[in-house]
Design a protein around this ligand. Structure first.
Ligand SMILES: *Cc1c(COP(=O)(O)O)cnc(C)c1O
Length: 381
């Protein structure tokens, strides 16, 4: 598998064991070697096809009342587009918090002066559905509930379908941040009663950064008329623009869309969501086993761990210094990710993007060497 070459160095790009941007295929990068005008028929056809294919990967369709809306910016812009566009003036958002990305949604609502409530649990745990049920019974002011599917902070997988049934039964609107799961973990959008699902181009679909997308139930989207608090992030206006002219309202990320079109084709070629899930699961297993063999402890219990990104506790040994460990691996062309946890010293290893078991094994080999170089003892197994 050829990767990109950095022009100055003439050596392969580093492998990114991160939650995005990710290592992408050369063919995805090559798809960007075009300059398309935003009103070009070819570009408009590409946008239409991308929107159709997103609905297909979400297991829904326009005929079943769903729409795909593309929004410029990174994933956070997509989430903020939904939060700022769909909450009514006297609405209230309830966020199920167990990590930094849920916390960011609370910050968004606060900044937008939208009343927000939270239910919190530890970052390596998931919420009891009963806690959500009683919060909904207790507080009639709550109009919308938001959950994060794979909390990328730790890699914990939240039971969004269980939450969705309760949200739907209570007649509230359900928003899911599926940023780091969509395309690699099956999601029954309709069955889980999801009204708005948000993801982005550069995570499990393996495109390049540049835009986010929202899978929306059309009735919920239409119900948001007059609610948008932002011009550029107005979700309904964006959808209406895409429907009316096939175009974005403002400069579209043409190159990122070209890459994404190719990335969706490669997702299909791999066997769709099931095929990608199989590769990521295999990657994750190799890492989980190899790290355990070196004495690393995973932060999230296996039963709640998504095959996307894994958080590991720092080794207890005083010689372990994360910055040195990180630099050592980075010099070998292997980029891991620092922790983002509030309660424990962890680092993270992502296994998404164009990575295979051989890449995971290469990382494990280098981690062993790094520990040796840092004089951190490895338990004999
Ligand atoms: C990556 C991610 C986001 C968005 O991050 P950006 O850096 O804005 O792309 C939001 N939520 C989750 C769960 C994520 O993994």
């Amino acid at each position: 598998m050829r990767r990109g070459l950095s022009a100055a160095m003439q050596k392969p790009d580093k492998l990114l064991f991160t939650p995005g941007p990710l290592t992408t295929s050369l063919s995805v990068k090559e798809a960007m070697l075009r300059d398309l005008g935003s009103r070009d028929e070819e570009f408009i056809a590409l946008v239409r096809s991308v929107r159709e294919r997103l609905l297909r990967f979400a297991g829904v369709s326009q005929a079943r009342g769903f729409e795909a809306v593309l929004m410029q910016g990174s994933g956070t812009f997509g989430v903020e587009s939904v939060i700022s566009s769909v909450l009514p003036e006297h609405g209230k958002l309830l966020v199920l918090v167990n990590g930094a990305y849920c916390e960011r949604i609370v910050q968004m609502a606060t900044r937008l002066k939208i009343p927000v409530g939270t239910i919190r649990c530890a970052e390596n745990e998931t919420h009891e559905p009963a806690a959500l049920e009683s919060a909904l019974q207790r507080d009639a002011a709550i109009t919308h509930v938001c959950a994060v599917h794979c909390e990328t902070t730790t890699g914990v997988l939240n039971p969004i379908a269980d939450f969705g049934r309760l949200v739907g039964a209570a007649g509230r609107t359900y928003i899911v941040d599926a940023m780091s799961s969509f395309g690699a973990i099956p999601i029954d959008v309709e069955g889980a009663g999801i009204d708005f699902l948000i993801s982005s181009a550069n995570k499990c679909i393996e495109g390049v950064p540049g835009f986010a997308f929202v899978i929306a139930r059309r009735a919920a989207l239409e119900a948001s008329a007059g609610r948008a608090r932002s011009l550029s992030l107005d979700l309904l206006a964006q959808w209406q623009g895409l429907e009316k002219t096939g175009q974005f309202r403002f400069t579209p990320p043409t190159h990122a869309l070209l890459a994404f079109g190719q990335a969706l084709k490669e997702l299909d070629d791999e066997g769709g969501v099931a095929g990608r899930n199989a590769r990521y699961t295999a990657n994750h297993r190799v890492i989980a086993r190899g790290m355990a063999e070196m004495g690393f402890r995973a932060y999230v219990p296996t039963a709640r761990q998504a095959p996307i990104i894994t958080a590991f506790h720092y080794p207890a040994h005083p010689n372990f210094r994360f910055d040195e460990f990180y630099r050592w691996l980075s010099d070998k062309g292997l980029v891991i990710y620092p922790g983002k946890l509030s309660q424990a010293d962890c680092f993270r290893i992502g296994n998404i993007g164009r990575l295979y078991e051989k890449d995971m094994l290469a990382l494990l080999g280098s981690i062993r060497e790094a520990l040796h170089a840092l004089d951190v003892p490895i338990p004999v197994t």
